[in-house]
Ligand binder design. Structure first.
Ligand code: PLP
Ligand SMILES: N[C@@H](CCOP(=O)(O)O)C(=O)O
Length: 466
């Protein structure tokens, strides 16, 4: 499998999976995409029903890493990556009400769906860097969950230096502490004066500065890295198979911010999984829902909400979908993205917008509606959901169609957002034993302005001393 950029053509030296894992973002600022979608036959899907989660994940990821990482190595990595999860099913399905399921993706070490991919990514980096005898510097942007999952997956790895930018004061305290109490010397946390979009812009600016990128061997663990998306596809396959696919359609409801998680579901659909609808849930930072309703993709200020991990306006992975909706016309995609960057408004052609609406639906929940959803699912079904998951479930309930199971992605454990959960339900969710002393642990992080040069200097210093 070879890869191409959403802003460039397929060239003779098109990179493979290991190359794009290390590169993170394409040199032209675009996102890497597989040169074509692997298609999975109905019979293969049926055969996959018998596989364990790690073995299924290996089969799916192998379709993207073909020619770069051999299948046995991949299978071993997957088995190892999911061995530490606290549920035997890894990503269990729980029926919350008739035909509405919660796909629990928070049974990994940092209690959010990010672990599902990040535990693999840490191992993939180690494998490829050892093969190539290289070291890379990861700069990641987080609104709360990517950071801790990346830190957990990469801590203590000699070939990785990690710098995580989080928006100062805009994550939950549990989320911040999960990042800042890790003492390994290869990890640096920076609280940035700004919001998540500021952090993500800084990260992309570092990639755009090619001198800096090469100087520090920059790489990425955010969902701009295709490897993240590839490792998020298996749980959609697994859930759909459990509910009757490929012989029955399934829909998914996904609380959405950077558009990576729902894009993985869309990729599964391209590969042949019978997915009827993909339903996007937003908080008040509802650029994607506004786009779906009115073709209005215009950036507003990021506003804090009860679901802070989704406090995002510029959803990076939308570019991947745009590229597909433009029939992979990279020149048009690059022009639209350039205009979006300059004006804060994306002019998506009407036919592309209509095609997106064939598959995607969207709904926004205010904070009050999010609390109400948490209360309702707890009172009616005894299901304790974190604010992000509650948005997914509420959207799933809204768009459920007769005879088609609706699966909502449960993206975080309620204990990551104890105050919001307690205010809505009166229940104080407990942290699991391995995090029970989180509030007694020593924090370590720097606070910085959003000046690119300041952050770049901090990255350089971290590599020297880390
Ligand atoms: C708990 C939680 N839910 C939902 C989202 C949104 O997912 P995505 O950014 O892939 O759209 C995030 C952040 O990524 C998250 O951490
Ligand atoms: N919600 C995320 C934001 C970054 O998303 P990613 O999927 O691109 O890593 C977070 O919690 O950090």
């Amino acid at each position: 499998m070879r890869y191409r950029s959403t802003r460039g053509d397929l060239t003779a030296d098109a990179p493979n999976f290991s190359d794009i894992l290390l590169a993170g973002l394409a040199g032209d600022g675009g996102l890497y995409m597989p040169e074509s979608w692997p298609r999975i036959s109905a019979q293969t899907f049926r055969d996959w029903r018998a596989l364990s989660y790690p073995d299924l994940a290996a089969e799916v990821i192998a379709l993207f890493s073909e020619g770069a990482i051999d299948c046995d190595t991949l299978r071993t990595m997957c088995r190892d990556a999911y061995a530490g999860f606290d549920h035997a099913a890894i990503a269990p399905l729980c029926e919350v009400e008739q035909d509405l399921f919660s796909l629990e993706l928070f049974h990994g070490p940092t209690l959010a769906f990010k672990d599902m991919a990040m535990q693999m990514l840490g191992r993939l980096f180690d494998h490829v860097l050892t093969q190539r005898n290289r070291h890379v510097t990861i700069v990641g942007a987080t609104s709360g969950d990517t950071g801790s999952a990346a830190i957990e997956a990469c801590r203590g790895r000699e070939r990785l230096s990690v710098v995580i930018l989080h928006p100062k004061g805009r994550t939950s305290e549990v989320q911040r502490r999960q990042m800042t109490t890790v003492q390994d010397s290869n990890i640096l946390n920076i609280a940035v004066d700004g919001d998540f979009d500021t952090c993500q812009d800084l990260m992309k600016a570092m990639f755009a500065d090619h001198t800096f990128r090469d100087e520090v061997s920059l790489s990425a663990v955010n969902s701009i890295n295709w490897a993240r998306i590839a490792a998020q596809i298996p749980y959609y396959v697994r859930a759909a198979l459990a509910l009757g696919a490929p012989d029955r359609e399934v829909s998914f409801a996904v609380p959405t911010g950077n558009f990576g998680n729902v894009l993985a579901a869309w990729a599964a659909r391209e590969m042949g999984l019978p997915i009827r609808h993909l339903c996007i849930g937003s908080n008040r930072n509802d650029i994607l829902t506004r786009f779906l309703l009115d073709n209005d993709m215009s950036v507003r200020r990021v506003e804090p909400s009860l679901s802070p991990s989704m406090d995002i306006q510029v959803s990076s992975n939308f570019e991947r979908l745009l590229f597909e909706l433009l029939d992979r016309n990279a020149t048009r995609c690059a022009a639209i993205m350039r205009e979006f960057r300059e004006t804060g408004r994306m002019a998506v052609p009407h036919d592309a917008w209509m095609r997106m609406r064939d598959v995607f639906q969207g709904m926004t929940l205010t904070d009050e509606q999010t609390s109400e959803a948490m209360r309702l699912f707890y009172n009616e079904s005894l299901y304790l959901a974190d604010p992000h998951t509650a948005i997914g479930l509420a959207v799933g309930r809204q768009f459920k169609e007769p005879g088609i199971p609706m699966v909502a992605a449960a993206t975080a454990h309620p204990a990551k957002f104890p105050d919001a959960v307690f205010a809505a339900t009166g229940i104080k969710p407990e942290l699991p034993p391995h995090l029970a002393d989180l509030f007694e642990r020593q924090e370590r992080y720097d606070t910085m302005s959003s000046q690119l040069a300041t952050i770049q200097d901090a990255v350089r210093a971290h590599i020297r001393h880390g």
